[in-house]
Design a protein around this ligand. Structure first.
Ligand SMILES: NC(=O)c1ccc[n+]([C@@H]2O[C@H](COP(=O)([O-])OP(=O)(O)OC[C@H]3O[C@@H](n4cnc5c(N)ncnc54)[C@H](OP(=O)(O)O)[C@@H]3O)[C@@H](O)[C@H]2O)c1
Length: 231
């Protein structure tokens, strides 16, 4: 049975990833900042026993190392770096940027997926699939940026893409793949109610892309429909 580790599993896209992977018979290591407050996830884990809950603030490197220790010799087929924050807002825009907040957005959106990959590489190497997935955003694309703004978010996702592209090259020789995925604009707390795509549709699409992954696709940038995206 395959195992997926999902960050930010308590709500939004992370929660739907847990739901769909567990329904498909996978073991799901569902990570979130406060498992004791994650009532929906707890209820899901009761209904779908393949899910286990783990405390993880992805910005805290000691917690990442502790989790790796707790997992011992377990194999992780897919490391799903999903947790993310937007960070931008009207009061936090050019002219009054909160630079500490910008660094925090980078810690969560950019540094954490790399630190997780670094720390959990032995677990990934032990698995059949050996895949690292980064949930990025088309907002990190230079080519697609025609509206400006969102400096914190755009820059953190562009940097995530650059880091993951390098990882794809660096890890290819060890048979480890890296997939860079845009989930679409999705109805979640982050995406808002005007988003055209449901979490169910986005996750079903991304699972299909993940399922069909071969090393030939490593380091490439796709959306949830499997269409290649511009950097
Ligand atoms: N929704 C969209 O339209 C859209 C579009 C493009 C890309 N994305 C990307 O998709 C991913 C998921 O987004 P979403 O729409 O599901 O957002 P969301 O509804 O706001 O959920 C964000 C998740 O990330 C978690 N998180 C934030 N900071 C964390 C930290 N330091 N440690 C651990 N978990 C943390 C949150 O946990 P808490 O509950 O503890 O805050 C929550 O589970 C993000 O990477 C986002 O950038 C989303």
């Amino acid at each position: 049975m395959s195992t997926v580790l999902i960050t930010g599993a308590n709500r939004g896209l992370g929660f739907e990833f847990c739901h769909q992977y567990a329904a498909a018979g996978w073991n799901v290591l569902a990570c979130c900042r406060r498992p004791q407050a994650a009532k929906n996830l707890e209820a899901l884990a009761v209904r779908q026993p393949g899910i286990s809950l783990h405390a993880l603030d992805v910005a805290d490197h000691r917690q990442i190392e502790r989790l790796a220790g707790e997992l011992g010799g377990r194999a992780i087929d897919v490391l799903l770096n999903n947790a993310g924050v937007y960070g931008d807002s009207k009061p936090n825009a050019f002219g009054s940027i909160d630079y500490d907040r910008w660094l925090e957005v980078f810690r969560i959106n950019t540094l954490a997926p790399v630190k997780l990959a670094e720390t959990l590489l032995p677990h990934i190497m032990r698995s059949q699939r050996k895949l690292i997935v980064a949930i990025t955003s088309l907002m990190g694309s230079m080519t697609d940026n025609s509206s400006g703004g969102a400096i914190l978010y755009r820059s953190s996702k562009a940097a995530l893409n650059a880091a993951m592209k390098s990882l794809a090259i660096d890890l290819r020789g060890r048979g480890v793949g890296v997939l860079i995925l845009h989930p679409g604009w999705v109805k979640t707390d982050m995406g808002g109610t005007n988003a055209p795509t449901s979490p169910e549709e986005s996750i079903a699409g991304m699972r299909r892309v993940i399922d069909q992954f071969t090393l030939e696709a490593s380091g490439r940038f796709f959306n949830f429909k499997g269409q290649e995206q511009p950097w």
